[in-house]
Design a protein around this ligand. Structure first.
Ligand SMILES: Cc1cc2nc3c(=O)[nH]c(=O)nc-3n(C[C@H](O)[C@H](O)[C@H](O)COP(=O)(O)O)c2cc1C
Length: 504
């Protein structure tokens, strides 16, 4: 029996006991003073739509909010353990919630960081700042090189790849509706395009992984016919070939058996209720020239939509080889998504998440510099992802060389994720990363889609605010010199020194 049923049963049983005892002992009625409000609170939890945890766990879910209220006082004794052992620390988490809920996102009392500790970073402001109201509040980037017939005007912040399978139906619906409300793009992840990606009408980036879900034949190989059909859907604005992701580079995708429902298996054309392990490599090509030909094939089959690939940098020479293949074949992708080793995942082997793949800043600087070295950058946009939670993260990533950014876990937080760290067990208590219908009911699509859109809007607004303080008027003016990084107690260096710009 689940929490909701337990609450309803407990309420009925308590009322019945009170009723029976009341017949023999009238003072029993007084117990209603205690039980009555609890039942009313539980009913209000079950019927409200704002808090998934209260909807899924009436009364008990309130404990979380109670403890959260006490936390600022308790936490002052534990400031050293601020990260709480979770991937997204308390400062970022609170900020994401505030921005998603459209509440006051200012903070009292100054910085919460030790600014003399190595690793501290800040932006270089100007004594001649611009006024934020004079800047464009929805900076957009046109993705599409010379061979692209349908370039896409993208927001600088978008939803990173997370499949239907890793996320619930309601989470996908809310993300896509949020993307529609806020005019940004939603990456499908490698699990294919589901009806929940299409229904709200938000812009999609269709990701094609090594499992070719949604465009595979009976042997699991790429199927051009089904690809052509799906890619020409109006909602699909760009197509991304997944070579690797930061959380498990060199490893195929993992969908645990518990989350592989009949519906998901049908969409992916696999057997239900079994682990779905995508192969670590593609079968549609086997080298860099093959990858270029595949890009050309997808471009033609899709009617000229932007085609790109996603990777986490590992062996650098392999990326040089890809650039050489672009020059030799004359075929270029329209975008490259660089994911950092610190990126999130629904399920991955621990060592892959912790110790495999180049972190974002190093990988991104390398990709940006290499594209410039090969004189390819002017035709190829760079999308970057990996722990982008705040507008400063956005700014430093663009300063390093990205044109636009994706975020996954920040969007999950906007959906109400509480970092229960149960994405791989199908028991996500807030209905974000589960296929359990009872749990996903707690996630109200209407409410959470507005939160996703608000998180996006407020983060982009805050980014424009930072830009104005730096004295700049557009995102493409950001340079590595605008970000300082502390390397020791008495030394801060600009990114331009840590990651020297490519000099032609
Ligand atoms: C629940 C979840 C599912 C994911 N599924 C995919 C996927 O299907 N394909 C993919 O390329 N990356 C996937 N990722 C990785 C993200 O798209 C992205 O590369 C990375 O999470 C960015 O890091 P962030 O979470 O720090 O924003 C997933 C991440 C999460 C958290």
């Amino acid at each position: 029996m689940k929490a909701k049923e337990v609450f309803v049963a407990a309420s009925i049983i308590s009322l019945m006991i009170i009723g029976v005892v009341y017949i023999f002992w009238k003072p029993m009625l007084w117990s209603l003073v205690l039980i009555g409000p609890m039942i009313l609170m539980g009913i209000s939890d079950l019927t409200q739509k704002k808090h998934s945890i209260k909807r899924n766990f009436p009364l008990v879910g309130r404990m979380r909010y109670l403890l959260e209220d006490f936390r600022p006082e308790i936490m002052q004794y534990f400031v050293e353990t601020d990260t709480e052992g979770a991937p997204i620390n308390r400062i970022y988490r609170s900020l994401i919630y505030q921005r998603a809920k459209n509440t006051n996102d200012t903070t009292p009392f100054g910085t919460k960081y030790d600014v003399y500790e190595s690793g501290y970073e800040c932006m270089v402001h100007s004594i001649y700042p611009k006024h934020v109201k004079d800047l464009d509040h929805d900076p957009r980037i046109l993705v599409g090189g010379p061979d692209c017939k349908k370039p896409y005007s993208a927001s600088i912040l978008n939803v990173s790849a997370m499949s239907f399978g890793s996320l619930s139906q309601n989470a996908i619906l809310a993300l896509n509706k949020g993307a529609k409300l806020g005019n940004f793009a939603h990456n499908t992840g490698e699990g294919g395009i589901s009806p929940y990606h299409l229904e709200p009408g938000g812009d999609l980036i269709w990701q094609v992984g090594t499992g070719y879900f949604g465009c595979r034949d009976e042997n699991g190989n790429f199927n051009p016919e089904t690809f052509a059909q799906q890619s020409q859907l109006e909602n699909v604005k760009m197509i991304e070939i997944k070579l690797s992701q930061g959380a498990k580079p060199g490893h195929g995708g993992i969908l645990p058996a518990a989350k592989n429902t009949k519906e998901i298996a049908e969409i992916r054309h696999v057997e239900p209720f079994q682990d779905v392990l995508s192969p670590p490599y593609h079968t549609a090509f086997k080298d860099s020239k093959g990858l270029m030909k595949f890009i050309k094939q997808l471009r033609e089959l899709s009617g000229g939509k932007p085609i790109g690939f996603k990777l986490c940098i590992g062996e650098k020479s392999e990326f040089y080889d890809i650039c050489q293949a672009m020059i030799k074949t004359g075929i270029k992708p329209d975008f490259i998504t660089v994911d950092g080793g610190e990126g999130g995942t629904g399920a991955a082997p621990v060592e892959f998440s912790n110790s495999m793949g180049m972190p974002l800043r190093d990988g991104l600087a390398f990709v940006s510099d290499t594209l410039k070295e090969f004189q390819l950058k002017q035709d190829i946009k760079i999308i970057a992802s990996g722990k982008i939670f705040t507008s400063f993260h956005l700014a430093r990533t663009l300063a390093l060389g990205a044109d636009l950014c994706n975020c996954a876990r920040a969007m999950m937080m906007a959906l109400g994720c509480i970092q229960a760290l149960e994405c791989n067990t199908n028991t996500c208590p807030v209905g974000v990363a589960t296929q359990d219908k009872r749990l996903m009911k707690g996630l109200d699509v209407g409410n959470k889609s507005v939160r996703v859109a608000s998180f996006h809007k407020n983060t982009v607004h805050s980014f424009v605010d930072l830009l104005a303080a730096t004295g700049l008027t557009s995102a493409d003016q950001l340079q590595r010199k605008h970000i300082l990084h502390r390397v020791g107690p008495n030394k801060m260096v600009p990114y331009s020194e840590l990651y020297p710009d490519f000099q032609a």
